[in-house]
Design a binder for this molecule. Structure first.
Ligand SMILES: [Zn+2]
Length: 335
């Protein structure tokens, strides 16, 4: 059957777009709504969440030769669908595997989009998803639509730049949940792996490593040894306060130490921009700082409430998701 001229034009445009995007490597591709697509090295890509989109967390895409591997699935099915479509169109091959770095909703909410692929996961992550996510997802209708509406109606004209972005980030989070909660289906791994786990093809070797229980029980990271690229999941936040409430800060420090020993050249954090090894050091400095403030307060016999008004220490004063800072201090104080 002859191909429709429009179809041919579209194919040509896709090829041209792909060539242009590649030429911009490692710069940003034309911006999809929910994320920005970066080429780290040929065949290795990072999908970095846009602050005003519904991806919320970052993801990775690896071209394994005849198929694609996706690391983390964003928070919403519609953002994950956008990422999958773009990755498959750009690389011209299907996603065969998805793997989650940990159980949190903002990394697993898009899993259902990969239902026809194999979802790899550890027993720990699958158990945590089974135990924790149903209650969380069931609670969405009770708060997300109303919170998103209230935030959208706020007059933010007098907000400074920092507070404006903070507002956008949280509005995106709640509106992403509100928009996706009716179609969201918790989708867990269907193929259980034990760490360390290696996925190998004729062109590439990818390792999945257990990096302690620092962010959650059973975090895993993706490491490409030949390319020296690390997808750190939520062991590393960059420019954003991490959430320390589901993990163990001591384990997080030793996990970060072990990531540093891999000597990565490029580090894709779970949240925030792509960086180098310094992003691991900065994250460790943050955790050290929270622990030492909390320890000092405890040693001085100060009550936990005294932590509520403490300012964010430098160099973290401009980090976003600022509302995590005081809970992080209090969690550290109580341990
Ligand atoms: Zn997380």
């Amino acid at each position: 059957m002859p191909r429709h001229p429009l179809h041919q034009l579209r194919s040509l445009l896709i090829v041209l777009a792909a060539a242009t995007l590649f030429a911009f490597s490692p710069g940003a591709m034309p911006k999809p709504r929910h994320f920005t697509f970066y080429t780290l090295q040929p065949g290795v890509y990072a999908a970095i969440a846009n602050p005003d989109g519904h991806a919320i967390s970052n993801a990775g895409i690896v071209d394994m030769g005849s198929y694609l591997l996706v690391f983390d699935a964003f928070m919403t099915p519609h953002a994950a669908r956008e990422m999958r479509n773009m990755a498959e169109a750009f690389c011209g091959k299907p996603v065969r595997y998805l793997i989650n770095s940990h159980w949190h909703n903002d990394h697993t909410g898009g899993n259902q989009v990969f239902g026809d692929a194999t979802i790899l996961g550890t027993e720990e992550i699958r158990m945590a998803m089974r135990e924790k996510l149903p209650d969380e997802v069931n609670s969405y209708p009770g708060f997300a639509p109303q919170t998103a509406r209230t935030m959208a109606e706020m007059d933010i004209r007098n907000f400074n730049t920092f507070d404006s972005l903070e507002h956008i980030l949280w509005l995106s989070y709640f509106s992403g949940i509100a928009e996706s909660m009716d179609s969201l289906r918790i989708t867990m791994a269907d193929s259980i792996i034990k760490l360390p786990f290696t996925l190998e093809s004729e062109s590439r070797r990818v390792l999945f490593l257990h990096a302690g229980n620092g962010h959650t029980t059973g975090d895993l990271v993706m490491w490409l040894p030949a390319e020296q690229i690390l997808f750190a999941g939520d062991l590393v936040f960059s420019g954003y306060h991490p959430w320390l409430g589901d993990g163990d800060s001591e384990s997080l420090i030793s996990g970060l130490n072990s990531l540093e020993q891999l000597k990565p050249k490029q580090v894709v954090p779970g949240h925030g921009p792509i960086g180098g090894p310094e992003s691991i050091q900065t994250m460790r400095a943050y955790v050290d700082s929270v622990r030492s403030i909390a320890n000092n307060a405890r040693r001085l016999g100060l009550p936990a409430d005294s932590l509520n008004t403490l300012p964010v220490p430098e160099p973290f004063g401009e980090w976003h998701l600022k509302r995590f800072f005081t809970p992080n201090l209090r969690l550290s104080y109580s341990k």
